[in-house]
Design a protein around this ligand. Structure first.
Ligand SMILES: [Zn+2]
Length: 291
């Protein structure tokens, strides 16, 4: 699937929140049968009247997704070979994510990565797949060179999905953005053990324990505290890391991790469960490293 319409972008966002387990995805299947706008009312982050939170995952786009992938909602991280039966791209796509990244990659010219993230209010949701923050307003943007994207949501994976020199960090944050053409850009941030992270502390203290769309904590998050100061990043063309594994996602994985205390990481892992896709072949793609 190629991006190019709001609908397809939403289809991508549907899966961009991916994480969780078999039962969680059964839950998703149930929700997908619900009527559009059946979510808990996060408002559009993009100004397009399009809901970018879990609401969209269980709304109109989900219905569309279900229509094109009948019976496709059942998948689990402990049986990733079966994903190809959910969406063919997961098995035969040539530009899949995540991948292993090499710190020995030569430095290259890449566009400046400029997050403009003010502290932002939103809902922190345990949607049964992951812990996800959905902004209440469209105050945050990301510029990649001259290309502008609106911040849509962030969520976690544990352990990290991308590997760096074949090493997996304990967790990875994905900041999902969308431009006016409906194309997605994701900023990946590794989390390693070290000093506690204040923003993560606030998030974890409000982490909803119960799964399900109906439960969201409202809080304000300082997004910049979830980014390392060094913006050197790996740039490559990839995909969603969950079925339907749609390609055309602009990946920007920061080389430098942020830190979290061992207790914070343990809390994250406990809340998330196993939520990482295996690394995929790079194939003919070029991965650039720069800042
Ligand atoms: Zn993700």
């Amino acid at each position: 699937m190629r991006l190019g319409s709001a609908a397809s972008a939403l289809a991508l966002l549907l899966a961009a929140c991916g994480a969780g387990n078999g039962s969680a995805h059964q839950e998703e299947a149930v929700h997908e049968a619900h009527a559009p706008e059946a979510g808990h009312g996060e408002t559009a982050a993009s100004g397009h009247g399009v809901s970018l939170g879990p609401a969209e995952a269980h709304g109109a786009t989900a219905a569309r997704q279900t229509a094109s992938h009948q019976g496709a909602a059942h998948w689990a991280y402990n049986n990733q070979r079966a994903w190809a039966g959910v969406s063919g791209l997961c098995g035969r796509g040539q530009e899949q994510s995540p991948i292993n990244l090499s710190s020995a990659a030569p430095m290259a010219e890449v566009p400046d990565l400029t997050p403009r993230y003010l502290p932002i209010d939103g809902g922190f949701v345990n949607n049964g797949h992951t812990l996800q923050f959905n902004p209440a307003q469209s105050a945050a943007t990301l510029a990649i060179g001259h290309d502008n994207y609106a911040f849509a949501q962030f969520h976690f994976h544990a352990p990290a999905e991308h590997m760096l020199d074949h090493r997996a960090y304990p967790a990875e944050l994905h900041f999902v953005h969308r431009n006016e053409a409906g194309q997605l850009a994701v900023v990946g941030v590794f989390i390693e053990e070290g000093a506690p992270n204040s923003a993560l502390a606030a998030l974890l203290s409000h982490a909803p324990r119960e799964h399900g769309d109906e439960f969201a904590e409202h809080l304000s998050v300082n997004l910049m505290a979830l980014l390392p100061p060094d913006r050197t990043y790996f740039a490559y063309a990839g995909s969603l890391t969950t079925p339907p594994c749609s390609e055309g996602v602009r990946w920007n994985v920061l080389r430098t991790p942020i830190t979290a205390s061992p207790e914070q990481i343990a809390a994250l892992r406990e809340a998330l469960g196993s939520s990482s896709r295996h690394t995929q072949p790079v194939n003919a793609r070029t991965v650039l490293l720069g800042s």
